[in-house]
Write a protein that binds this ligand. Structure first.
Ligand SMILES: [Zn+2]
Ligand SMILES: [Zn+2]
Ligand SMILES: [Zn+2]
Length: 276
């Protein structure tokens, strides 16, 4: 399984659109991995996770052909993860696609409602569909099995996070969420998943947690410890901090890499590939 990060920032991007804070200024100066677009990832160049406005930039930079993407998991409706106006670019006159092309978006009922308008547009050459994902209900998508988990995040955004397995390797993509709900840990006691890659919400970086709905490095380390203790990961599992905000202390890539390494984490960057 080849996992690739396409965008690795929170809602405002990093550096943020208008921001003159110390971290944004530094990130603009050094560029490279310090520049982060909004959140998106892809498995094997085919199974897409989230659809932000930066999708256009991501497919240019990474040579992705959206006609190879037939499934797109959506975590929740926040704008850094879902931009319905670009889903509407699948219409005739905006995109010419083979008549047998079909893409299915999947997520919570809230995500379904957010996409209902654009998916109802009739003037489309290929087709787009939506399937509701229910927490803890595993579905088969071709060679993958996907299990959604309930996230602690803005309930109005219908938040889910996902476990994705191809039968040999498995990824946990946990954005956006706080420390996991107890019913997730209870579910794992019965289902005994094992993850080779764990990507955790690190919006706050080194900033002590001031609100519920995201994590920082301290909470990431607590999740990692418990996953190792309870057997859902092992010493070969790659743990990655991802989804960064300029509000996070020490959050600029070069600053954060050595700090995260001390807790057993790698740090995501736009375009980062992990072969599992
Ligand atoms: Zn987000
Ligand atoms: Zn800033
Ligand atoms: Zn969010």
């Amino acid at each position: 399984m080849l996992f690739q990060y396409l965008g690795t920032a929170a809602a405002e991007g990093f550096p943020a659109l208008w921001c003159s804070c110390e971290r944004c200024t530094h990130a603009r100066q050094i560029g490279g991995r310090a520049l982060r677009t909004r959140s998106q990832a892809i498995v094997d160049g085919a199974l897409l996770i989230d659809f932000p406005a930066d999708t256009l930039d991501h497919i240019y930079k990474n040579g992705i052909d959206l006609l190879n993407v037939r499934e797109c998991l959506i975590t929740h409706t926040h704008g850094d993860h879902l931009y319905p106006a670009d889903v509407s670019m699948l219409r005739a006159g905006f995109s010419h696609v083979p008549p047998d092309y079909r893409i299915t978006f999947r997520g919570s009922e809230t995500v379904r409602d957010a996409l209902a308008g654009v998916l109802a547009q009739p003037e489309r050459e290929g087709s787009a569909a939506f399937e509701v994902m229910k927490p803890f209900e595993t579905v088969s998508l071709g060679r993958y099995t996907v299990t959604p988990y309930p996230a602690i995040h803005d309930p109005g955004a219908g938040p889910l996070f996902y476990g994705i397995s191809d039968g040999e390797r498995a990824v946990l993509y946990a954005h956006d969420t706080h420390y996991f709900r107890e019913d997730v840990w209870e579910n794992w006691k019965e289902t005994r998943p094992h993850f080779d890659l764990v990507s955790l919400d690190c919006t706050n970086a080194c900033l002590p947690l001031t609100y519920v709905g995201h994590m920082g490095l301290k909470e990431n380390a607590e999740v990692r410890r418990r996953m190792l203790d309870e057997g859902y990961a092992d010493e070969r599992t790659v743990f990655v901090c991802n989804h960064f905000s300029h509000n996070g202390t020490n959050a600029v890539y070069d600053d954060f890499v050595p700090i995260a390494a001390r807790e057993g984490f790698r740090v995501s960057y736009d375009g980062m590939k992990i072969q599992l």
